[in-house]
Design a protein around this ligand. Structure first.
Ligand code: SF4
Length: 200
């Protein structure tokens, strides 16, 4: 079955389209979000709208471009209430959609997987999310190291997390450098975070 035609859970009935995992097969970094929202459901692309703008800041600081990472969600169809408001994905939807995450991990075999938020971390690692373990490497069976971050949407509503997020980004950049992942010099609003060199 093709991912874009999946009907394995109830979310197929209310989606506009499946927001499929996408990126180059040779990507060294995979970034996993939670689930599509309204903008993603409409465009078919990951991280659009307000959370997408924070996501662009994250990429800029890490020195990565969208076209060189694999980007996907733990759940690939939009969970919504009557097609209007977004809602959190349910455990059975996350479990059913995990087949596509497994497929991506097996085919891409990235060096690093960055998860954004609790749902993504728990789906990728099978471990409970502990915010104190942010950016600590967690090995998984595909030889990749997983690094958990807060979901970027948190920063929209909780501005007090800005400085913690900036520290996390700096540590994550160090971890990626240690894995010999080539990174461009950091740019964007977090560049005053004393970023380590990236070797590109
Ligand atoms: S959310 Fe995942 S499992 Fe459910 S229909 Fe969409 S692609 Fe299939």
């Amino acid at each position: 079955m093709d991912e874009s035609e999946c009907r394995a859970c109830r979310l197929h009935a209310t989606r506009t389209q499946v927001v499929v995992g996408r990126g180059p097969r040779a990507a060294q970094v995979m970034i996993i979000g939670e689930a599509p929202g309204r903008d993603e459901d409409r465009t078919g692309l990951g991280f659009q709208g307000a959370a997408g703008r924070v996501f662009e800041d994250i990429l800029a600081f890490l020195g990565l471009r969208r076209d060189e990472i694999w980007l996907a969600n733990a759940v690939r169809c939009r969970p919504s209430i009557d097609g209007k408001r977004n809602r959190a994905p349910r455990p059975d939807e996350i479990a059913t959609c995990r087949q596509w995450l497994e497929r991506d991990l097996g085919e891409v075999q990235p060096k690093a997987v960055v998860t954004l938020g609790r749902v993504a971390f728990e789906s990728v690692t099978g471990r409970p999310w502990d915010t104190h373990q942010r950016v600590e490497p967690v090995p998984i069976s595909h030889a990749a190291q997983v690094f958990g971050l807060y979901h970027p949407a948190y920063l929209i509503y909780r501005r007090n997390l800005q400085s913690a997020y900036r520290d996390d980004m700096r540590r994550l950049r160090e971890r990626l450098v240690a894995l010999n992942i080539p990174l461009a010099p950091p740019t964007g609003p977090w560049t005053n975070a004393d970023a380590p060199e990236g070797g590109r």
